[in-house]
Design a protein around this ligand. Structure first.
Ligand SMILES: [Fe+2]
Length: 296
């Protein structure tokens, strides 16, 4: 009898240890609506370290994919730190996100300051040899830009492509944040100067960036919603200035990624930390002007 209860307590201890593995410990409820036919994706940046933290966050992403089956992911740059040999691509990307890749999740990358231009030929980044490119998912048009430089050629391409883009939603993603409350880097004002007038002119709605190793939702600037989601591999604890006018919401104490769902005229987002906790969530509606234009 005594040995039976000892056996049971060992079994329950093992069960407790298994069930409290970090990836499952504090899974949040999905607040996204999971509407039929919606566009669902994950956004994250500054991932490619191949360290334990990146792997841990990768496992949390895979857990959330079960609850919120997103079709693709966008990478906001610094996809691979250090060497970029085949072995590095495997250890700093493929092995980390293997469960997602196996589920058919497509990754679309942009280039950060640590990325070599040759990444544009790496098949799993879906850049098709281009440093900047556009792709569409139903009513959403995505622009992956190379913010390492903004030459005339890239800006002309952006202008021309946006000018004929009648998608309901226009989303840009790249590495350097036009607005940031980071103590280390702060706003990339040259990028803001080059891109903001084009975004405003053609009605770009949302921008995702990285570079800063934390999460920040910026108060809307000229009608545009900016997110920094650069905590995919390393956290800069306390990296967000406390007195910044830009911050709508900041989170700089754990790694994180964003889950996004676009359904009709609304975009929903939920930000998940490595602990599994939800650290921000919300909804963005298309402005009336865009709705009228889209209805034409
Ligand atoms: Fe960077």
């Amino acid at each position: 009898m005594k040995s039976q209860s000892k056996f049971l307590s060992i079994v329950s201890l093992i069960f407790f240890l298994l069930s409290s593995s970090p990836a499952q410990a504090q899974m949040s409820e999905i607040t996204l609506p999971l509407k039929d036919g919606s566009v669902r994706f994950l956004a994250v940046g500054d991932t490619g370290r191949g360290n334990d933290d990146q792997y841990e966050l990768g496992r949390v992403m895979a857990e959330y994919h079960k609850k919120f089956p997103f079709e693709f992911a966008i990478l906001t740059g610094d996809n691979i730190y250090g060497k970029e040999k085949a072995r590095d691509m495997k250890e700093k990307f493929e092995d980390v996100y293997r469960p997602l890749l196996d589920q058919g999740v497509k990754f679309y990358a942009s280039l950060g300051n640590h990325d070599e231009s040759n990444q544009r030929f790496y098949e799993l980044f879906n850049m098709n040899g281009n440093e900047y490119f556009n792709f569409k998912k139903d009513c959403v048009s995505f622009y992956s830009l190379n913010s390492n430089y903004m030459d005339r050629r890239q800006l002309e391409w952006l202008n021309n492509t946006l000018a004929t883009d009648d998608s309901k939603w226009k989303i840009a993603f790249f590495h350097h944040p036009p607005y940031s409350s980071g103590k280390r880097h702060g706003s990339s004002e040259d990028i803001r100067e080059a891109l903001e007038p084009i975004f405003v002119k053609y009605g770009v709605n949302v921008v995702f960036t990285g570079h800063e190793h934390f999460y920040e939702r910026i108060k809307p600037q000229k009608g545009i919603f900016y997110f920094i989601t650069g905590a995919g591999g390393k956290i800069r604890s306390g990296g967000i200035k406390k007195d910044s006018d830009f911050t709508a919401k900041g989170f700089d104490t754990d790694l994180s990624f964003m889950l996004v769902e676009i359904a009709g005229d609304e975009m929903f987002f939920q930000v998940i930390a490595k602990s599994g906790a939800t650290v921000d969530s919300g909804k963005i509606a298309l402005p009336q002007k865009a709705l009228t234009k889209a209805a034409k």
